[in-house]
Design a protein around this ligand. Structure first.
Ligand SMILES: NC(=O)C1=CN([C@@H]2O[C@H](COP(=O)(O)OP(=O)(O)OC[C@H]3O[C@@H](n4cnc5c(N)ncnc54)[C@H](OP(=O)(O)O)[C@@H]3O)[C@@H](O)[C@H]2O)C=CC1
Ligand SMILES: O=C(O)[C@@H]1CCC=N1
Length: 273
């Protein structure tokens, strides 16, 4: 891989850039970025990472092995309309990280045999811990999928799924870090309410999340079994969990994921051809 072109230079593009550079997937100069209008942002990324920045679409796309669409879904049509006039060749893989938007919509703006791959990473790409799912469009072959999977594997784990799973993926792992940060926020606030010093609670909470994730990864037990192992009858965990049950927290989490998946589906329907 010699060149990756990002169309969109926001939070998610930066997370991927950071990860790709840390993983030495390609030299920083081989990572090209453009955005809509914010010159200062492009300069900032160039200064921070040594990436190449441009406003010239021909330069951006020329010889790019992979083109990553990383603007917000609302800006997709404008970006795709301008890509329509670009002379992409069928070896260039167009990857979209946009929530909701189907490969068929993207393909409708691109040459008829263009390989398109939909990917859903998350912000943990910044520290090479992303969970990414990738799904092939109709012209993306197994070699294209290998290239894209290996790109996302440099910034964490990547799994290939059918496109119909992408709304669920987006709701679970795309948005997932935000749910966990929400829980951490609540736990931090609760720590201070029960009298724990902020720096101590932060240290304990980070290690508690890390340890719980590693336990699930390294043991054969389910989350329910791991939880049961901590919950002695009449003990502290039982006292806490009974409040979560009374307040319907599990149902609220399930409703949260369903709402996120429904929103992804709705966004896909808004952008269909
Ligand atoms: N944030 C997350 O956790 C995740 C986000 N995603 C997806 O990633 C995408 C980007 O999100 P995020 O990085 O948070 O968004 P940001 O708002 O941070 O960045 C959007 C970028 O797109 C640029 N842009 C807008 N219009 C165009 C255009 N016509 N041509 C080129 N560039 C354009 C903006 O430029 P300018 O600043 O000049 O306006 C900006 O650089 C979204 O589609 C989202 O669904 C996927 C997984 C996780
Ligand atoms: O909220 C969003 O739209 C994006 C998609 C996945 C995570 N954040």
């Amino acid at each position: 891989m010699k060149k990756i072109a990002f169309v969109g230079a926001g939070a998610m593009a930066e997370a991927l850039v950071k990860g790709l550079i840390a993983a030495e997937h390609l030299p920083a100069k081989g990572i090209w970025l453009t955005n809509h209008a914010n010159d200062a942002r492009l300069q900032e990324l160039h200064a921070a990472y040594g990436v190449t920045i441009t406003r010239n679409q021909t330069d951006l796309l020329k010889d790019a092995d992979v083109i990553i669409l990383s603007m917000k879904p609302k800006d997709a049509e404008a970006a795709l309309s301008s890509l329509k006039s670009a002379n992409l060749n069928s070896k260039q893989i167009v990857v979209s990280i946009l929530a909701g938007i189907h490969t068929s919509f993207l393909e409708s703006y691109l040459p008829s045999n263009q390989p398109v791959v939909r990917a859903m990473p998350n912000t943990s790409a910044t520290i090479l811990e992303a969970a990414t799912a990738v799904a092939a469009g109709v012209h993306a072959g197994s070699e294209d999928m290998k290239v894209v999977s290996s790109l996302f594997k440099t910034v964490g784990e990547a799994v290939e799924v059918e496109e119909e799973a992408m709304d669920a993926v987006t709701a679970i792992s795309g948005s997932g870090p935000a749910y966990l940060y929400y829980m951490m926020e609540a736990l931090e606030e609760a720590s201070s309410q029960v009298g724990l010093d902020e720096s101590v609670s932060k240290q304990l909470l980070i290690q508690t999340f890390k340890g719980a994730a590693k336990m699930l990864e390294q043991s054969d037990l389910t989350p329910a079994q791991l939880r049961a192992n901590i919950t002695s009858a009449g003990g502290t965990t039982a006292a806490g969990i009974s409040v979560l049950e009374e307040q319907g927290v599990k149902a609220a989490i399930q409703a949260c994921v369903k709402a996120a998946a429904a929103r992804s589906k709705e966004m896909g329907q808004a952008f269909s051809k």
